[in-house]
Write a protein that binds this ligand. Structure first.
Ligand SMILES: O=C(O)CCC(=O)C(=O)O
Length: 289
């Protein structure tokens, strides 16, 4: 059976700003920064018990992974529950429920004192530190981030498998036009339907607690929770002005254009059209293997 074409994400035990800039930020390549968060107060403080003691009664949105279905987005909410109940759920059982892009810092601003912005890059979006929580066996469908920011994803609890593809492979991933998504199930890829996917050269790693993964701007990411746990994402705007303008275009395309066309044509019809366009575009790409 064919498999995805993946190589391990390089791991760095210690890195200077210059090494990071030259080796990873400038060439837009991912890296795992091993134990990067060891000196942060959050390492010891942020536990299931601690979060429960702070905000067990907060009503929070939870998500499933039905991103590839027509009319859904990877940020579509499926349910609401008490934060305390949700934490108990992911600490004790396998569940597909995740909390996606949760700005817990709006509710508990003092948590911002528990971590540091890595000084190996500039232009952090300091208003938008987000947390992600997930139960064992949950996953995040493959997508790239609409705002085209660089992401530092720091794992605090539990392990997750991460698969990345650079933006140059978007057409080999059958990207749906105007969106940041596609119809491919990276965890169980269907190469008969999507043969060009085999040509995309991706990366993989298992992210462990304490580690920080640098996901460069525009990278597609798929995440599978091997264990229940949580992570923090810190985001930085890319240096390039073109990328920053492009992110404005992408936000417009997805939130306005795609939305209106979908309303006009009907969700399913527009989805089928995007899928057809994605297949046509993929079939026209140069052979890489
Ligand atoms: O770790 C996760 O659950 C999702 C992370 C993610 O998609 C992101 O940082 O953009």
């Amino acid at each position: 059976m064919a498999a995805l074409n993946l190589i391990p994400i390089p791991i760095s035990e210690e890195i200077s700003r210059e090494e990071f800039q030259k080796g990873f930020a400038k060439p837009n390549k991912p890296v795992v920064l091993k134990n990067y968060s060891l000196g942060w107060p959050a390492r010891k403080k942020w536990t299931f018990e601690y979060f429960k003691s702070q905000h067990a009664d907060l009503m929070v949105p939870v998500y499933k992974e039905a991103f590839a279905n027509s009319g859904t987005s990877y940020t579509s909410t499926d349910n609401k529950m008490l934060f305390g109940d949700y934490l108990d759920l992911i600490a004790t059982t396998s569940t597909h429920y995740r909390m996606f892009l949760f700005n817990i810092f709006k509710h508990i601003p003092s948590l911002c004192n528990d971590f540091f912005y890595p000084d190996i890059i500039d232009r952090y979006l300091t208003k938008y530190p987000f947390m992600f929580f997930g139960g064992a066996t949950s996953w995040v469908d493959v997508h790239y981030d609409l705002d085209l920011s660089h992401v530092f994803l720091t794992q605090f609890y539990g392990k997750k498998r991460v698969i990345l593809f650079g933006p140059e492979y978007s057409n080999y991933l059958y990207r749906h036009p105007l969106t940041v998504s596609c119809n491919i199930d990276i965890g169980n890829p269907d190469f008969e339907c999507y043969p060009r996917l085999k040509e995309a050269q991706g990366y993989e790693c298992t992210l462990d607690s304490g580690d920080t993964l640098f996901i460069p701007t525009g990278y597609w990411h798929y995440i599978y929770y091997l264990e229940g746990g949580f992570a923090l994402s810190l985001r930085a705007r890319p240096d390039s002005l073109t990328k920053r303008l492009l992110s404005g275009v992408k936000i417009f395309n997805l939130t306005i254009l795609d939305h209106h066309i979908s309303r006009f044509l009907g969700v399913q019809r527009w989805y089928n059209m995007k899928e057809k366009m994605a297949v046509n575009t993929a079939n026209k790409q140069p052979k890489l293997l």
